[in-house]
Design a protein around this ligand. Structure first.
Ligand SMILES: *Cc1c(COP(=O)(O)O)cnc(C)c1O
Length: 369
């Protein structure tokens, strides 16, 4: 039996996508240039971003793309405001600290979406801020942040907005029509169901073409963009097979109905899991419209000593099901992700495996001492 990955990604991939890895392509050949050009066009079609934006792919995982976006494109003479309500927001702060990029941080409650009024207030008292950086769908807990409202606020104040769209790209509409949206970073192995190893940033050409400060060689997004504009080639070795597989995965994505269909599929998976775990007393930590479609955090109704989220994850692995403990240290909870090629059977397998562990534990609890 193959493992079913209910993690925040990389998720399960289809046989066809893994089959597309089965190719050798010379990196400095017309075939590679054509494949790269085609993939950039495919991603721009998923984004529906028009010609004002360019897709700049980059070797590495999603964090590489976020780091490249922030270090290459953030304004250098004025601070950005990082909106943090979870672990991936904290990661943006770490990036800005390491590279000594001027920034402010506005932290808010991890179980709540970013509050637009609070951001507006903060901006009123910090007029030097010229950009916002935020996570669209915070994967730490599974919260959707109000991107559209934040873009409207940014438009009113003439701010640039930089978005980590890792677990929302391809799943939620991208808002590229906003004049304030400057760049979105995402990767091959989340909602698009590709193989890990490729990040990309969809950035406004105008900003990619501004002169800037070079802070890193390999993560320099402007140099990467110039390279593709110049001769269509990669500056450094591209993950050839990963690119071929992502191109295939995007074809499948469209064939399966694109954004709306993928959102519906994840929502359907989530419904089955929520309904299946409820009789066990296991419920989502966040509900309603704030809850992200790609991942849900569930609270375990047991003391950590009796059944911790890490013990549960460990036990589930024996049934070929993978989940992750949550990133909410003080709450005994775990995350179930809906990313990847999962069947309804996988989902029922997950529920049954959790039920088995919980029943075994409850059985022990009921025995007289
Ligand atoms: C997955 C993810 C990332 C990237 O993580 P990597 O491990 O570098 O791929 C960044 N932000 C969010 C919101 C994510 O879900």
């Amino acid at each position: 039996m193959k493992i079913a990955l209910f993690t925040p990604g990389p998720g399960n991939t289809s046989d066809d996508v893994r089959g597309a890895l089965n190719c050798d392509i010379g990196t400095r050949t017309p075939q590679m240039t054509e494949l790269t050009k085609h993939l950039r066009k495919q991603i721009s079609e998923v984004a529906d971003c028009g010609d004002d934006f360019s897709v700049v792919p980059l070797q590495g995982s999603g964090t590489f793309a976020v780091e490249a976006m922030l270090t290459s494109l953030l304004p250098i003479h004025s601070p950005c405001l990082i909106l943090v309500n979870g672990s991936y927001g904290e990661r943006m702060v770490e990036i800005c600290q390491i590279h000594a990029l001027p920034h402010h941080v506005l932290r808010s409650h991890p179980l709540k979406p970013i509050n637009v009024a609070e951001v507006a207030d903060y901006l009123k008292s910090h007029l030097d801020i010229t950009a916002l950086a935020l996570i669209h769908s915070e994967t730490g807990i599974g919260i959707i942040n109000p991107l559209e409202e934040l873009l409207t606020l940014a438009e009113q104040r003439g701010l640039r907005v930089f978005v980590d769209g890792m677990s929302s790209f391809g799943l939620l509409p991208g808002k590229f029509a906003s004049a304030s949206l400057s760049a979105v970073a995402a990767s091959s192995n989340k909602v698009l169901h590709g193989i890990p190893g490729l990040g990309f940033v969809i950035a406004r050409r105008e900003i990619l073409e501004e002169p800037g400060t070079t802070r890193t060689l390999s993560l320099d997004l402007k140099a990467q963009y110039q390279g593709f504009q110049r001769d269509g080639m990669w500056r450094f070795t591209p993950p050839v097979q990963v690119i071929a597989a992502l191109s295939h995965a995007i074809d499948d994505y469209h064939q399966q109905g694109g954004q709306a269909a993928r959102l519906q599929a994840y929502q359907q998976r989530a419904r089955i899991v929520v309904d299946g775990l409820a009789p066990l007393g296991i419920h989502p930590l966040v509900t309603g419209n704030d809850s992200a479609p790609a991942i849900i955090t569930f609270v375990l109704p047991f003391d950590e000593q009796v059944l911790s989220a890490s013990l549960l994850s460990e036990r589930l692995l024996a049934s070929q099901v993978a989940i992750y403990p949550s990133k909410m240290g003080e709450i005994n909870s775990f995350r179930i992700g809906f990313i990847g090629e999962l069947t309804e059977n996988d989902i029922y397998r997950l529920i049954a495996a959790i039920r088995d562990v919980v029943c075994e534990i409850s059985g022990h609890l009921e025995q007289p001492a």
